[in-house]
Design a protein around this ligand. Structure first.
Ligand code: GDP
Length: 609
């Protein structure tokens, strides 16, 4: 057993007392218990242990672990430091689990559950009438119940259909829907797919179908604009069938209603059908418990401060409740429903705008009610730490999918497949699907032609999948989003190579991919020809240069040579490394044409994990 492992064992075997650390520093904290998450930065550990980051780094160095202040370390390493400082260590995952239990909206004793309204999102191609339909539905409701009242746009609204409520999310489109899912929020119970009867199924219609299916959300089709002369509902039904969406009339199980959002035809029929689909889903919640909800939208109001619209998912939210909302906390001062009326409480599926939070959460963030303001602050801080430290660890990449399969973390590889032409979609899809097995399915969540878009990346994030492109590239925005979300995008020009890579990934044979990490730059200011070649008298402008590092020579912004740094001298001395702000002599392997003004860029190849 390694020293680290044995230390960990010792700390865990002790009879640990549950509770917070006393906060005292160093060995004085001999009997205190600290809870440490399974990943955290050096700085966060220093905060938890109430010591300086330097002290943490020193302890880690003594144990052979070299880190900087912002580096993420694992539980084992953190535990070594905490033990050295006299703490009893507890892994925080146990606490997180209990957080999940306490705030889970599922698995409740069925006897306390009662029906709750369905939450509906409208999706479809641009200009097919999503906004118009949302307005038409809202007006139906206003006419029946609150004529004359001014509707407020708070991000969601409820309508009353024969005494039963339905909640509509006000931001139409599968983009918002999937962005919420990517943040881990499951909000929508039913998706209305709007298809204009005169235009038919279009690319975003297909995308919407795939996004709803990927989330396992039932679809209700609204064939819109039937007032138009050019309307052809039958053609739409055929196109839907071609996209594996078979409506009831044609022997399938998808409800389909013809409407005109403009004239109001079919709206009540649509609402009644939504009630039926909701009924089948048996949507239930427990209004008696503490509320759990999700942020629909949030903003800063110049006079009221931070405002958030929250959809209550279970329990009842009340004015005066202490809450944690995303990484923010607060105490609810006031709540408003979608007509701007003040309310004291909000039950399951009700959207309310709340006042009294100390910052602006993000759409998709979870709200939970906790016992006290102190608890709210502690939990929000814990969430901040988890977010910073754990980040994207759980997202599969093609290069680590095998390890995740082995660890039992994934049972399905979800792929978003984009190609240049329709003709290459089917063969690739079939070849990829064939690679799957009983234990591990390969599922093409969405496929389509055209460049890789932000939507594709978002869907990959929501499905914990990868994006594969054939003969196409990611759009710049998609690339940025993929980098920030940690999503793997792989592009190929040869089909067999694409399929081979996925096959290798599934069997753990895929070579990891590498990316260049720039280490520093130097500017050439003088030249010396010596026996071994040409030496560039240079000034290190940023970062550092290391002997042996890979190097590029850049002249007027263009790459003129690529090899490595063969020699590095400071005055007469051979040095291993030269930092920014120093002058040095640089030799570039196999290159004698260095010129004054050239930039030497040092970099290293790093495995992308
Ligand atoms: P969105 O992009 O899907 O939100 O589409 P909009 O709701 O903005 O509607 C796009 C255009 O179609 C607008 O000019 C609407 O007035 C029009 N439109 C929407 N629904 C209908 C309808 O039922 N009949 C007709 N004739 N036009 C409609």
């Amino acid at each position: 057993m390694s020293e680290r492992a044995s230390r960990r064992r010792t700390t865990k075997d002790r009879d640990v007392k549950h509770g917070e650390s006393t906060g005292s520093s160093g060995a004085a904290a001999s009997s205190a218990v600290v809870a440490i998450p399974n990943a955290l930065t050096v700085k966060q550990l220093a905060d938890i242990l109430s010591v300086s980051a330097i002290e943490v780094i020193k302890h880690l160095m003594r144990n052979g672990i070299m880190v900087n202040i912002n580096q993420v370390i694992d539980f084992d390493s953190a535990a070594v430091v905490a033990t050295d400082l006299g703490y009893n260590v507890q892994e925080e995952s146990a606490q997180i689990e209990s957080e999940e239990d306490a705030y889970s909206i599922a698995d409740e004793d069925s006897s306390v559950l009662i029906s709750r309204p369905a939450v509906v999102t409208i999706m479809g191609h641009v200009d097919h009438g999503k906004t118009k339909l949302l307005d038409a539905i809202r007006q139906t409701n206003v006419a029946e119940t609150e004529a004359g009242s001014i509707t407020q746009h708070i991000g969601a609204y409820q309508v009353d259909v024969h005494g039963q409520k339905i909640t509509f999310l006000d931001t139409p489109g599968h983009e918002a829907f999937t962005a919420m899912r990517a943040r881990g929020a499951r909000v929508t119970d039913i998706a209305i797919l709007v298809v204009a009867a005169d235009d038919g199924v279009m690319p975003q219609t297909v995308e919407a179908i795939d996004h709803a299916k990927a989330a396992d959300v039932p679809i209700v089709v609204a064939i819109n604009k039937i007032d138009k002369e050019s309307a052809n509902p039958d053609r739409v039904k055929q196109q839907l069938a071609d996209n594996n969406l078979l409506i009831e009339e044609w022997g399938g199980d998808t409800v389909c209603v013809s409407v005109s959002a403009k004239r109001g035809d079919g709206i009540s029929d649509l609402l009644e059908n939504l009630l039926i689909v909701a009924e089948v889903q048996e949507l239930k919640a427990n209004p008696e418990r503490q509320a759990v909800g999700v942020v629909i939208e949030a903003k800063l109001d110049s006079s009221k401060g931070p405002l958030a619209t929250v959809l209550v998912q279970t329990g009842t939210l009340r004015v005066g409740n202490n809450i944690v909302i995303g990484e923010q906390s607060g105490k609810i001062k006031a709540m408003f429903e979608d007509h701007g009326k003040r309310v004291k409480k909000a039950g399951p599926s009700m959207p309310v705008e709340i006042l009294g939070i100390n910052g602006i959460p993000q759409a998709g963030d979870q709200l939970v009610v906790v016992g006290s303001e102190k608890e709210a602050r502690t939990l929000s801080q814990q969430r901040q730490r988890e977010k910073e430290a754990i980040g994207k660890a759980a997202i599969p990449r093609l290069s680590n999918i095998f390890q995740q399969i082995q660890a039992g973390q994934v049972k399905e590889l979800d792929i978003i497949l984009k190609t240049d032409v329709q003709g290459s979609l089917e063969p690739i899809r079939t070849s990829l699907e064939k690679l799957g097995s009983e234990e591990l399915k390969v599922r093409i969540v969405h496929s389509g032609t055209g460049n890789i878009t932000e939507n594709d990346v978002m869907l990959a994030a929501a499905s914990k999948g990868v994006v594969i492109g054939f003969n196409i590239r990611p759009e710049p925005g998609a690339k940025l989003l993929a980098d920030s979300e940690g999503i793997d995008i792989r592009c190929y020009q040869v089909i067999y190579k694409l399929v081979e890579d996925v096959e290798k990934a599934l069997s753990g044979l895929l070579e990891p991919s590498y990316e260049d990490v720039i280490e520093g730059h130097a500017e050439v200011r003088a030249l010396f020809d010596v026996k071994q070649g040409r030496i560039a008298g240079s000034y290190v402008t940023d970062g550092k240069l290391t002997r042996g590092a890979q190097a590029r020579v850049i002249r007027n912004g263009e790459l003129v040579h690529e090899s490595s740094i063969s020699s590095l001298r400071h005055f007469k001395d051979n040095v291993r490394e030269m930092a920014a702000g120093f002058e040095c002599g640089i030799g570039v392997e196999g290159y004698t044409e260095l010129e004054i003004g050239d930039i030497i860029e040092a970099y290293r190849k790093e495995k992308v994990t």
